[in-house]
Design a protein around this ligand. Structure first.
Ligand SMILES: C[S@@+](CC[C@H](N)C(=O)[O-])C[C@H]1O[C@@H](n2cnc3c(N)ncnc32)[C@H](O)[C@@H]1O
Length: 272
């Protein structure tokens, strides 16, 4: 099959669609990346060109093609206890936090991917504050990653970074399709609720008066432009209790965003 070329006009169609529906802002220089990522899908669906694919997308009422598109454009890369310095910070500040919070913590992992982040939070709290009342909300735009997260089954490769102590304490080794896998213990799963939520177009009214003590929104804002990031950070500010924390990715920062947050450490902000 001949190589498919994405015209500038087609690129604009996809760029606008992706911005409106996923919130990811793509600069003009991303034309070749979009061409390469979408070409595979166009061929897979037996279509002749990108315009035909755009029509499939725009007419899909199930939302499944949008989900597929979002997995082509953004990455789901994650790992257990990612950004090690943030966990050290939290460990130091946890006792003071618990005192104020009356032994109750509400946490939101706002782009949880395949679950390593919320499960790390659950393991961290079980290790450092086993008797507190913990509820973790874990959301992502992608149903595919949420399904994996909910399953809580990890390959030997992704579990390897945890080391034997964590694996023995929080996982059960199992055989699946003739390979070893690690399944997270039910006792950790029970404090986590996984839900679909698009941070950009989602209905924040659904949260009602719910407030959090910590929001993890790591390694996703990097895909959004400044106005989208600003709007999101303002929402997070409102959704945190006073003194609550916002943890973002280490390659992200709130510079140039006017906010009430105070920087407490690299990529950690506090509502004051
Ligand atoms: C690189 S992963 C980050 C996972 C985890 N927070 C971490 O730092 O390891 C980015 C995640 O953001 C999700 N995502 C992308 N756009 C989103 C949106 N508009 N709303 C919610 N999640 C989104 C992707 O599906 C993906 O799972």
């Amino acid at each position: 099959m001949e190589r498919l070329t994405l015209s500038k006009k087609e690129f604009t169609l996809f760029k606008d669609y992706i911005y409106e529906h996923i919130g990811i802002s793509l600069g003009e220089q991303k034309i070749y990346l979009v061409q390469a990522r979408l070409a595979k899908r166009v061929k897979q669906l037996g279509l002749n060109d990108f315009t035909a694919y755009y029509h499939v997308l725009a007419n899909d009422k199930t939302g499944e093609e949008l989900e597929y598109l979002s997995s082509l454009i953004s990455t789901n890369v994650t790992s257990f206890f990612r950004e090690s310095k943030q966990w050290e910070f939290w460990k130091t500040h946890l006792p003071a936090m618990m005192e104020k919070k009356n032994q109750k913590l509400r946490i939101w992992s706002a782009a949880c991917s395949t679950g390593e982040e919320p499960y790390s939070i659950a393991m961290f709290l079980e290790d450092n504050a086993p008797h507190i009342d913990v509820k973790i909300l874990a959301t992502d735009v992608s149903p595919r990653v949420l399904k994996e997260a909910n399953g809580g089954i990890y390959s030997e490769k992704s579990a390897a970074s945890l080391g034997a102590t964590y694996l023995n304490k929080y996982f059960k080794k199992q055989r699946q399709s003739d390979v070893n896998v690690y399944g997270i213990n039910e006792s950790l799963k029970k404090n986590i609720v996984f839900r679909g939520f698009n941070l950009v177009t989602g209905n924040y009214g659904l949260f009602g008066e719910k407030k959090f003590d910590i929001i993890f929104c790591r390694n996703v804002m990097i895909y959004f432009d400044k106005p989208t990031q600003t709007a999101l950070v303002e929402k997070f500010y409102k959704m945190l209790h006073k003194d609550g924390y916002l943890f973002i990715g280490s390659s992200e920062a709130l510079t140039d965003i006017k906010t009430g947050f105070k920087s407490r450490s690299a990529s950690i902000y506090q509502k004051v």
